[in-house]
Design a protein around this ligand. Structure first.
Ligand code: URA
Length: 289
């Protein structure tokens, strides 16, 4: 790229605006990395095929060869250098940390000290929870967005304001509910968390539910419902029907899957469905006292 001049500065501003609108709003490294320069060596440039330390030539070919390499003229496909933390080990560590937390404060400390989820590297803050830990109702969303990351609290942006109005409609507010997310760190650019990230974070939210021990759980959106209700059904089929979330110690908590406020902002015609779900919650709270 040439140095910025009065002529190309607007292009740079346009490019940055394009990145921002595409959700690319985090710098991961101090220095830029030119990924286009990381091409796999052409066959003639490859090292001779003597069996290297760590495996036979055949084993090396099967692990190092770019995808498509079986076909003679296939272009090399780049494999990104793996920056991910090994998932199984981290999920096991998360499980151990979660089970050894005996209070919500301890759980928050364990999560803040945990480095096993890559999302932590790009998030500004841990978004642990908001509301009343003694509440009868606990709501669980998917993952924090930009506003939540900045404030360190769940549901404080546009969808949070809608959620507050939905709660108020059944006589609740943040003093009478407890709110958390399946994923406590903002995924960069608000991308969907990967299944591995969800598995790594799952023990924390499960323990958080167990420690709060609410009378009623509300799953906001499909990812929360799927993760915590052990189902692969879509949210439009799930919503409105009582399910059960069973904690590790075997406590059965009635759970109402409903539509995520961010979805309702995009699809206001479905607000009436969420309203019905919230009325179900209100009735259940009367029933369970
Ligand atoms: N969406 C979520 O799922 N959680 C938040 O905290 C904010 C938006």
């Amino acid at each position: 790229m040439t140095a910025a001049s009065p002529n190309n500065r607007p292009d740079i501003a346009d490019l940055l605006a394009f990145y921002a609108s595409a959700g690319v709003d985090e710098a991961l490294e101090d220095q830029p990395v030119n990924r286009f320069a990381e091409v796999a060596p052409k066959p003639a440039e490859r090292a001779p095929t003597a069996a290297p330390a760590g495996g036979t030539a055949a084993q090396q070919r099967s692990t190092n060869r770019p995808e498509g390499g079986d076909r003679p003229n296939a272009p090399p496909v780049l494999r990104a250098p793996s920056a991910t933390v090994p998932d199984e080990i981290q999920a096991a560590l998360a499980r151990q940390l979660a089970t050894t937390a005996t209070t919500l404060d301890e759980l928050r400390q364990h999560m803040a000290a945990f480095d096993g989820c890559n999302l932590k590297a790009t998030a500004k803050d841990l978004v642990f929870a908001d509301g009343n830990p003694e509440a009868a109702v606990m709501l669980v969303g998917e993952a924090p967005g930009r506003d939540e990351d900045i404030e360190g609290l769940p549901f404080v942006g546009r969808s949070g304001r809608l959620l507050d109005r939905m709660l108020a409609a059944i006589g609740l507010d943040r003093t009478s509910v407890y709110i958390a997310n399946v994923i406590p760190w903002r995924p960069p650019g608000n991308r969907t968390p990967t299944p591995h990230e969800t598995e790594i974070c799952r023990p924390f939210i499960e323990r958080q539910i167990e420690l709060v021990n609410p009378k009623v759980l509300i799953n906001l959106g499909g990812p929360s419902a799927k993760t915590l209700l052990n189902t692969s059904e879509g949210i439009l089929r799930l919503r409105g029907n009582w399910r059960v979330h069973t904690t590790a110690s075997g406590i059965a908590i009635p759970a109402m899957p409903t539509l995520h406020p961010a979805y309702l902002l995009r699809t206001p015609a479905h607000k009436k469905l969420a309203w019905r779900d919230f009325l179900e919650v209100k009735a259940k709270l009367r029933e369970v006292g």
